[in-house]
Design a protein around this ligand. Structure first.
Ligand code: SF4
Length: 425
């Protein structure tokens, strides 16, 4: 007999929508009800019967304990091991990964280093005027996406949080909000905007700095900045100052831009400037479902959010020097454990090649696209479907994940703790 389960959280992107509904038949999820294309594709890929062999050594089925011992041996023989990934995991798996890295003296890095690492460095420099997505929903009458395309990357962001919902101080919903999109091309999100501002590629910093000058009432002796006419920039600055509550949501289009963290720093400073006139926030559009959780767990365990070297018995933080991609490109790591290998596709191809030259261990969900051909492979239970846990939404609000159906697969934390135990003996 079919059973309905409500309020399930989705961990596919940083929205972590917690209003999904599932149909269960005979202890299996047969349908997940949402209007999100990303979620539906993810569910179709991962909601498969658990593989008969959930531990493999060099592609061959192995007993769980043998695979754990093989993984422990790889890490014991390595002089400079790397633990990487974590953003598709959950708080228990992330804590276990830090525990393992701390014990074996590894570098631990997350997918943030190839995504919003620049944003983190910027906010460490100048701070961040932050808010929850609930505040955006209830207060913001001006929503600005900068270098972000949520219509594709976060399909329900506008529906649930930013644009469409009726909020306490925005009772008209969409009709009570203005949407501005800054981008280098007309994206599906830009087509929904009240005002699309096309800027020249790699000119974010200049445009943001010009807006800062105009918000401060300084004269500018130019006709345009980043292909945006000065009159238009002046109108935008006035619109930002005049709103009751505004928010910038910025994405990889800004954080991975030519100016690195300086572009994000300019946006954060503009946000601070605007708070002299009205209430304004800036928030990152986090891509992976629990990358914000990975930042949080690493920060509370080591003091730093990503690219942390624990080889000396105390944490050292240095993005670039201790970032996974850079370490692999320089050939400075001699073993790698990946908690979720699906984020590897954004690494430089040469870094990915290096993964074929060193011993590797991978933990992946059923049906995951296996980027790495790992020496030791574990298929693990899915947090939020098979196991309870916590995922941090893009605004760092922790969302509880429930175990909806049982699974014979071990979880990330169980595998990592077993490897740690085997490494010690
Ligand atoms: S918007 Fe993101 S978190 Fe929400 S249902 Fe879609 S994929 Fe899942």
């Amino acid at each position: 007999m079919a059973e309905e389960v409500c309020d399930i959280a989705c961990t596919v992107c940083g929205c972590v929508c917690d209003d999904l509904r599932a149909t269960l038949v005979a202890g299996r999820v047969t349908a997940m009800h949402s209007n999100c294309s990303l979620q539906q594709a993810w569910f179709a890929r991962h909601n498969i019967a658990p593989p008969a062999d959930h531990a493999l050594i060099r592609g061959k089925p192995a007993k769980f304990d043998d695979a754990v011992n093989a993984a422990a041996r790889i890490l014991r023989e390595a002089k400079n091991p790397l633990i990487y990934g974590l953003s598709r995991s959950s708080t228990p798996g992330q804590r276990a990964a830090v525990r393992l890295a701390d014990t074996i003296g590894a570098v631990i890095d997350t997918t943030a280093s190839t995504c919003h690492g620049n944003s983190i460095m910027a906010l460490q420099t100048v701070g961040e005027s932050t808010c929850s997505l609930g505040e955006v929903r209830n207060r913001c009458d001006l929503v600005i996406y900068w270098g972000a395309n949520p219509a594709v990357s976060h399909p329900r962001h506008m529906e649930r949080y930013s644009l469409e919902p009726k909020g306490q101080f925005v009772p008209e919903g969409r009709a009570g909000r203005k949407l501005i999109v800054f981008d280098i091309a007309e994206t599906p999100t830009a087509r929904l905007a009240d005002d699309f501002v096309r800027i020249r590629p790699s000119s974010d910093f200049e445009v943001l700095w010009a807006l800062r000058a105009l918000v401060a009432g300084k004269p500018l002796d130019v006709a345009e900045v980043g292909d945006v006419p000065l009159d238009k920039l002046r109108q935008l600055a006035d619109q930002m100052k005049a709103c009751r509550s505004g928010v910038f949501f910025f994405g990889r289009g800004l954080s991975l831009g030519r100016n690195g963290h300086a572009g994000v720093e300019a946006l954060l400073r503009l946000t601070t400037d605007l708070n002299a006139h009205t209430r304004f926030y800036a928030r990152r559009m986090r891509i992976y479902g629990d990358v914000a959780g990975a930042d949080s767990v690493l920060t509370w365990q080591t003091g730093y959010p990503f690219s942390v070297n624990l080889a000396r018995g105390y944490p050292r933080y240095n993005p670039g020097e201790y970032s996974a991609e850079a370490l692999l490109l320089r050939g400075e790591v001699d073993a790698c454990l990946m908690v979720g290998s699906d984020g590897l596709h954004v690494l430089d191809p040469k870094a990915r090649e290096r993964l074929h030259e060193i011993p590797t261990i991978a933990l992946d969900y059923p049906g995951a696209e296996r980027i790495a051909d790992a020496d030791v492979q574990f298929t693990t239970a899915i947090y939020g479907l098979h196991r309870a846990g916590t995922a941090y939404r893009m605004d760092e609000v922790p969302i509880p994940l429930r175990a909806v159906v049982p699974s014979p697969l071990p979880s990330d934390d169980e595998v990592l703790d077993a490897i740690l135990h085997a490494w010690r003996v």
